[in-house]
Ligand binder design. Structure first.
Ligand code: SF4
Length: 315
């Protein structure tokens, strides 16, 4: 992977910029103190970009019969079209981004469950998507996207960062040129990661790459769409244990009975929540050094992102 820093789009208030309606910010500690070591952020505040001042009166999503608008409760300061147009414009210039982190609940930036008020102001539901975020996601369906609040969840955080790093590698492959060989190598590298997250897609894609008669460009587009959708499913303990048992198969002939037993106890301990995933993975990494295997060494499953992020300690 290139040594250039990965670029991620982010709601500006999450970086600490005081651009919220009350001139405050919502600085994300994880984004700015941990992940920032490995990525470079491009910050966007859509409300400021469409000309709203800081500070400003709050705006909200309001349902008007068949459409949702963003304005003041009395209908003034309607920025629906401006936010949508700005979102479209940014969305067309995001090929260099490998992910996007949105500020939750915002009528402009919220990724999901944004409050939508009834026109008479008497009720609300949480079915909205931020006007700006919607355009980014619609136009870049494979781009890993997440919200600041959800990044506090260890599994969701790990999943997002993993997808960002996989997607970046895909962008690099595309920039270099997609060939059948490169596509097959890419799939091989992420085989165990995919198997852990979604075994049905793992089988489907392996088969598709081997038998498809689609033009390469079409095959590649279908491949990355399926891969990113599958990786967005959180890995379960069962999924990890299945992968760990497959990995054990590679080492069986080298390990002594007591080493095998130790590994099985680690996997069993992980399946019961008694030891973190890091425990069996560390043992495997140790055996991989002792008994080198080219195919396994290339597996992104062992280190899908920098270990310093400590994302696998929590579960
Ligand atoms: S949530 Fe979005 S629109 Fe609101 S202050 Fe943050 S960046 Fe700006």
């Amino acid at each position: 992977m290139s040594t250039d820093k990965i670029k991620i789009g982010i709601s500006a208030c999450l970086t600490g910029q005081e651009v919220r309606f009350d001139k405050s910010h919502k600085r994300s500690t994880f984004c700015m103190d941990a992940l920032s070591e490995f990525v470079e952020y491009q910050a966007f505040c859509p409300e400021v970009a469409v000309g709203l001042p800081v500070p400003r009166p709050t705006i909200r999503q309001i349902r008007h019969e068949d459409m949702i608008k963003v304005s003041r409760p009395d209908g003034t300061m309607d920025v629906t079209d401006a936010l949508t147009e700005y979102g479209k414009k940014v969305a067309e210039q995001t090929d260099h981004l490998s992910g996007f982190i949105f500020c939750a609940k915002s009528p402009s930036c919220g990724m999901e469950r944004v409050k939508v008020y009834s026109a008479d102001g008497k009720g609300s539901d949480s079915s909205g998507i931020g006007m700006f975020a919607k355009q980014i996601m619609l136009n870049n369906p494979n781009l890993p996207c997440e919200e600041n609040g959800r990044l506090n969840d260890a599994a969701l955080r790990e999943n997002f960062v993993m997808r960002v790093f996989v997607y970046r590698q895909w962008q690099e492959l595309k920039a270099a040129k997609v060939t059948k060989h490169a596509l097959t190598e890419f799939h091989a590298k992420h085989k165990y990661l995919l198997m852990t997250h979604h075994i049905a897609t793992y089988k489907k894609l392996g088969n598709k790459l081997g038998t498809s008669t689609l033009p390469l460009e079409e095959l590649a587009e279908q491949y990355i769409a399926d891969l990113m959708a599958a990786l967005s499913k959180n890995a379960t303990r069962k999924g990890h244990c299945n992968t760990l048992m497959h990995l054990l198969g590679y080492f069986k002939k080298f390990l002594t009975a007591s080493q095998k037993q130790e590994m099985l106890e680690n996997i069993d301990g992980y399946s019961k929540g008694l030891v973190p995933l890091f425990a069996p993975l560390t043992l495997f990494s140790h055996y991989l050094k002792e008994y080198p295997n080219d195919y396994l060494s290339k597996q992104s499953y062992f280190s899908p992102y920098p270990l310093q992020l400590r994302l696998r300690y929590g579960y």
